[in-house]
Design a protein around this ligand. Structure first.
Ligand code: PLP
Length: 385
């Protein structure tokens, strides 16, 4: 094994990420490396920024990929916008809200939690009430797509709610970006982060972020330096801005890959891509329900389908059989959902009819259920469009 040629197994990636990576993106990764200050690379950076602005639907100049995975995007937002002693309000309805509290606490914030049952979301009124109860809060953090529960948090009104109380709105869009609408400017989101390996269908390794005017003003008014050297945007801005000042050696080939993945996103078109995610989600849902499975969240994300493991079914055994016998990866439950939920991703290049059909066909017999009925239910959903 150790000295064999690199030969990964062929998989259909239908978990919570990574998703399948299109050949064009893999080919971009293998293009010749140039220096990270090479004029060619600077053009790649500019292109990547433009494509990310279009994906986030924002005019924000400070829009770029951080050189690490989605969690680094979360830390970037927190360590640049929070100073020790600041009060923040975090919506906790799953693993990633919980993590945001942890990150903010480590950055020295006083963290106020607003909690909802796992699978539930927050109403604007709940956020407003929490802000009224804690008027010292200066930042609100919420997760748009809670990958641990499949819940889809509505964001349209939250910007106005936060701004009325002089708080910034920070959003985790790691799983939603490029699979469902993320309208940074229209929704008044002040800072947002994402990841490459979910609906963008690029390998893991970068975290796109975007910061708006209010967030920049907050950064410029800091009394203390950011708690992180590596993620300090006051320096990274100079690298991505006019100065092109060396900060760290950018992951050149990952930027090639991200640019190519974003080109694919915009060749398809955002609206068409969102419609594709809704279509296959509808068919998968019809099929899973025909197999007797029930969804955890009331408002399900299209790209992440979280269903309960039926009583008496061996969670790990089913997932192992899917992987080993069918080459299909799905995700298990996290935290309190461990052993109790499956997380089935339909993200980016993994969101096709082929994926839906293969999963339903494989899962039926493993559950002792009628795969034919599930496939017919999915078929009907496709015909209904
Ligand atoms: C995947 C994910 C992250 C973390 O991203 P990594 O790339 O694993 O660091 C953060 N938030 C949400 C909602 C996610 O789904």
């Amino acid at each position: 094994m150790t000295d064999a040629q690199l030969d990964p197994p062929s998989r259909m990636l239908m978990g919570p990420g990574p998703s399948d990576v299109p050949p064009r993106v893999l080919a971009a990764l293998g293009a010749p490396t140039v220096g990270h200050l090479d004029p060619y690379y600077l053009e790649v950076m500019d292109d990547t920024r433009r494509l990310l602005q279009a994906t986030f639907r924002t005019e924000n100049t400070l829009t770029m990929p951080m050189s690490a995975t989605g969690m680094a995007g979360m830390e970037t937002c927190i360590v640049n916008l929070v100073e020790p002693g600041d009060h923040v309000l975090i919506g906790v309805n799953g693993v990633f809200g919980e993590r945001m509290c942890d990150v903010a606490g480590r950055a020295g914030a006083t963290v106020h939690r607003i909690e909802a049952e796992w699978g539930e979301t927050f109403t604007p009124q709940q956020i407003e009430d929490a802000l009224r109860a804690h008027p010292e809060v200066r930042l609100v953090g919420v997760v748009h797509a809670e990958t641990s529960t499949g819940a889809h948090q509505p964001l349209e009104e939250l910007g106005a709610v936060a701004h009325a109380r002089d708080a910034l709105l920070v959003v985790d869009a790691v799983t939603s970006l490029a699979g469902a609408p993320v309208d940074i400017d229209a929704w008044g989101v002040d800072a947002c982060y994402s990841g490459t390996q979910k609906c963008i269908s690029c390998p893991p390794g970068l975290s796109p972020v975007t910061f708006g005017e209010r967030a920049l003003a907050r950064m410029d008014a800091r009394r203390t330096k950011s708690q992180s050297w590596y993620l300090d945007l006051s320096m990274i801005r100079a690298y991505w801005g006019e100065a092109r000042a060396y900060h760290h050696t950018a992951p050149v080939n990952m930027t090639y890959a991200l640019r190519e993945a974003l080109r694919l996103v915009h060749e398809e078109g955002l609206e068409a891509r969102f419609a594709r995610h809704r279509l296959h989600h509808g068919a998968l849902r019809a099929g899973l329900e025909a197999l007797g499975l029930s969804y955890v969240p009331k408002r399900s994300l299209p790209m992440l389908n979280c269903v309960r493991v039926p009583d008496g079914v061996d969670d790990a055994g089913v997932r192992r059989a899917l992987l080993v016998d069918h080459g299909i990866e799905i995700g298990g439950g996290l935290g309190p959902f461990k052993g109790r939920a499956w997380r089935i991703g339909l993200m980016g290049a993994s969101c096709t009819r082929r994926h839906v059909t293969a999963l339903l066909g494989a899962l039926g017999p493993l559950l002792g259920a009628d795969a034919g009925a599930a496939l017919r239910a999915a078929d009907e959903a496709y015909r209904a469009g």
